[in-house]
Design a protein around this ligand. Structure first.
Ligand code: FAD
Ligand code: PHB
Length: 392
């Protein structure tokens, strides 16, 4: 079956869905193709921190109703080391703050609003393949409900994440990569958070992060070895490890409770360049990955599609697609800043080796960012989110 749209979007994650909404707001038609079923993408537990510019964008698009009601406004974070907690007040340092709201809740909201408007998302699209993107008339081939389909469009947006098909289909890109010798074991627990800010802990047994999703649900992460198997981590072992790494001398303690979900995520830095070939453009995790310590991945995905939607809008208004030539450079400026920030936060907070010299350097850095206002402000500005790049 042959169908036609203006922009074919591969992937219904944050990048693909925000792009679809930004285009719809400008009267541009798109079709979203997603390999998984709706329930799967709505329940995939991942990111939780929205930068200030991401929240503003969702609000401007009229997509932040539930986010504004249920999201948790956080005015800072805490950094813990040597058994003590130190608070960074982002609002005081930058005038801005962040919002904690589960990625899967954003995905749920964006899917519901799009479908209610009568705009299409094809779930369970199989064998998705971007084709003919070296011409002005690209197509996406896929199978759905046992039938072959061809989607004809003006542009393909590859928003299909790190393991998607778009980047491998694209010729001539190179990558910049770093793998880390550790991973994050993340849990979601039915336990009320005991404080209302995130705590990033540098502990001699490894990094730990205390986060949350609601007044009743805690989200927590532990640094584990890169090759660790989740089967080795019983619930008891997980709680005992948090019991060692998280408490601080000032009496901070946390609630435990039934673990609702647990998984190990590898840590990696990755940038593909260029992010476009002809009429195929990558956005979000399809083009770049950051280690989660800076809470940047989902926000970078949103920042990419902000630029892309602006370029597409101009192309339809002027009939000229040259703006695409500037897409990669415009996005990568912000991406590399976030890469550096995520790498720096990761290096400052994780146990990197047994080398006592390295540990002293970490302590010195932590003392600086918690004791010096200029250093604290620099961390805060990066964390709450630098402004989106203007559309080129
Ligand atoms: P994805 O969310 O991966 O979406 C891609 C979509 O494409 C998926 O729905 C996938 O099923 C679909 N797809 C894949 N292949 C195909 C195909 N062949 N055809 C059709 N569809 C396809 N980021 C933050 O900003 N803040 C955080 O606090 C944070 N914490 C994190 C914690 C963890 C444990 C993890 C794993 C990640 C975290 N991230 C965080 C990163 C964040 O989750 C990602 O950067 C974000 O999901 C990127 O969005 P995306 O839309 O680019 O890709
Ligand atoms: C989360 O709540 O999932 C979270 C928070 C901060 C991070 C990463 C993940 O840096």
């Amino acid at each position: 079956m042959i169908t036609t749209t203006q922009v074919g979007i591969i992937g219904a994650g944050p990048a693909g869905l925000v792009l679809a909404h930004m285009l719809a707001a400008r009267g541009i038609e798109s079709l979203v193709l997603e390999v998984r079923d709706r329930s799967y993408v709505e329940h995939r537990v991942r990111a939780g921190v929205l930068e200030h510019p991401s929240v503003e964008l969702l609000r401007d698009l009229g997509l932040a109703g539930r986010l504004d009601r249920e999201g948790l406004a956080h005015r800072g974070i805490e950094l813990a080391f040597e058994g003590r907690r130190h608070r960074l007040d982002f609002l005081e340092l930058t005038g801005r703050s962040i919002t904690v709201y589960g990625q899967q809740e954003i995905v749920k909201d964006l899917i519901a609003i799009r479908l209610a408007a009568g705009d299409p998302i094809v779930f369970e699209a199989a064998e998705v393949e971007p084709c003919a993107f070296d011409t002005p008339h690209p197509t996406i081939r896929y199978r759905h409900d046992g039938q072959d389909h061809e989607l004809r469009c003006d542009l393909i947006a590859g928003c299909d994440g790190f393991h998607g098909v778009s980047r491998p289909a694209m010729p001539g890109w190179t990558s910049f990569e770093r793998e880390y010798p550790f991973a994050w074991l993340g849990i979601l627990a039915d336990a009320a958070p005991t404080i209302d800010e995130l705590i990033y802990t540098n502990h001699e047994r490894g990094f730990a992060l205390y986060s949350m999703r609601s007044p009743k649900i805690t989200r927590m992460y532990l640094q584990v070895a890169a090759d660790e198997a989740i089967e080795n981590w019983s619930d008891d072992r997980i709680w005992s490890e948090f019991d060692i790494r998280l408490p601080t001398g000032d009496g901070f303690s946390f609630n435990s409770g039934p673990i609702l979900e647990k998984a190990i995520t590898p840590m990696r830095s990755f940038v593909a360049s260029p992010m476009r070939s002809g009429r195929l453009v990558l956005a979000g995790d399809a083009a770049h990955i950051v280690p989660p310590t800076g809470a940047k991945g989902m926000n970078l995905a949103i920042a990419d599609v902000f630029v892309l939607a602006g370029i597409i809008d101009r192309a339809y208004r002027t009939g000229r697609w040259e703006g695409l030539d500037r897409y990669t450079d415009t996005c990568l400026g912000r991406v590399w800043r976030a890469q550096h920030f995520s790498y720096w936060m990761t290096s400052m907070l994780h146990r990197l080796s047994d080398d006592p010299f390295q540990y002293q350097l970490q302590l010195s850095e932590l003392a600086l960012v918690t004791g010096n206002v200029s250093a604290a402000r620099s961390l805060a500005e990066n964390y709450v989110g630098l402004p989106f790049a203007p559309v080129p």
